[in-house]
Design a protein around this ligand. Structure first.
Ligand code: NAD
Ligand code: MG
Ligand code: MG
Ligand code: MG
Ligand code: MG
Length: 340
């Protein structure tokens, strides 16, 4: 069993003795900054010139500086810009201002794991990765709870990097729920695999195929939407509460039997072979290179794929239906907060 750390295992005073710079004020950035501040930690925000996030951070009473100035002032720098811009921000505005004794923190291991960023001698490199979207990290903290987090140490220059990471995790609420130790390699590869093969890629594709199969057979799109998308949340909630077994216990015997006989027909062993190929592309850097090369070119493939996804008929059906759902707070004006 992996060892799990809780509040009693972490010393909050370590992070309270540091000067923290949060670089970026998006989904994770706002949550880390506000939770740290509410835990009595000295925080400043580093943003690019002209950033739209500046007003939001200042409205919360946070001090906003240029990235370079924030890094200069701080001795712990948490990089929370999108993964694809981290190496440029790092090279231009972070690395030149790092000094011995500083700590460089991440919430995802992508840039360290694939070699896009390497820290100078004498600087701790560690990770505190909440296992949930930033908006949940903030909401749970305010409710007196926390979102579980992973910690990892890539370089322990100070000899104290793990205690520092644990202290940071406590300040953002992670050790209220539980903190598990991992490595940059394990976190990066499993995070990418989970979101690609199952959580985002796998589930989205399966829902789309289910919707297409029903509507192409002549069933109403509204009915198809309910059966293959809307009810997904109810099923996932049961899985989170008690595993796949509880979900099977709760559904009808008809549904449970259908699960056993038809699940393996839809998701056959061939799908597992495909998953292995996806994992292999993650492990050997093929996926990282494809993503970064496309981003460096302005994201043409990314933009095209996003437009194609938004044009799928299930989105139009969903938008219409959700307006009629009195029991769901309509969330079609979302702007951020992804699994990443
Ligand atoms: P985001 O897209 O929500 O926000 C990024 C922020 O970075 C922007 O709001 C902006 O303030 C800032 N920014 C953008 N370009 C910049 C630049 N050139 N210079 C300075 N600042 C810039 O990002 P996010 O989803 O919070 O992801 C941040 C990190 O957290 C990533 O490493 C990601 O993998 C990780 N992470 C995210 C989640 C999540 O739920 N979103 C969960 C766990 C880990
Ligand atoms: Mg400094
Ligand atoms: Mg049904
Ligand atoms: Mg996004
Ligand atoms: Mg991710």
């Amino acid at each position: 069993m992996a060892e799990i750390y809780y509040d009693d295992d972490a010393d909050l005073s370590i992070i309270q003795g540091r000067h923290v710079a949060i670089i970026g004020y998006g989904s994770q950035g706002h949550a880390h900054a506000l939770n740290l501040r509410d835990s009595g930690v000295d925080v400043r925000i580093g943003l690019a010139e002209g950033s739209k996030s500046k007003a939001k951070a200042e409205a919360e009473g946070l001090r906003v500086l240029s990235v370079a100035d924030a890094v200069e002032e701080a001795d712990l720098i948490m990089i929370l810009t999108p993964d694809q811009v981290q190496r440029t921000v790092y090279a231009e505005s972070i690395q030149p201002h790092l000094t011995t004794g500083d700590a460089l923190f991440f919430a995802h291991g992508f840039n360290i794991r694939f070699g896009y960023i390497s820290a100078p001698e004498g600087v701790d490199v560690a990770m505190v990765a909440p296992k949930g979207p930033g908006h949940t990290v903030r909401r749970e903290f305010e409710a007196g709870r926390g979102v579980p987090a992973l910690i990892a140490v890539e370089k322990d220059a100070s000899g104290n990097a793990e205690a520092l990471a644990l202290s940071y995790a406590k300040a953002i609420g992670g050790s209220r729920a539980g903190v598990i130790k991992t490595t940059f390699t394990e976190e990066t590869e499993t995070d990418l695999f989970g979101e690609q093969a199952v959580l985002c890629g796998g589930v989205s594709q399966m829902v789309q195929y289910g919707f297409e199969t029903l509507t192409e057979a002549g069933y109403k799109p509204e009915i198809a939407y309910f059966e293959v998308l809307h009810e997904l949340k109810l099923i996932v909630d049961l899985m989170i509460e008690g595993g796949i077994a509880k979900q099977r216990w709760s559904v009808s015997d008809t549904a449970e039997y259908g699960d056993y006989v038809s699940g393996p027909r839809v998701i056959d062993p061939h799908v597992k072979e495909n998953m292995k190929a996806v994992l292999s592309d993650i492990q050997d850097g093929t996926f990282a290179k494809r993503f970064i090369d496309d981003q460096d070119a302005g994201g043409p493939e990314f933009t095209e794929l996003r437009a194609k996804g938004e044009a799928h008929p299930i989105e139009a059906t969903g938008r219409e239906l959700r307006q009629l759902f009195s029991w769901i707070k309509s969330n079609d004006d979302y702007t951020e907060g992804q699994v990443s």
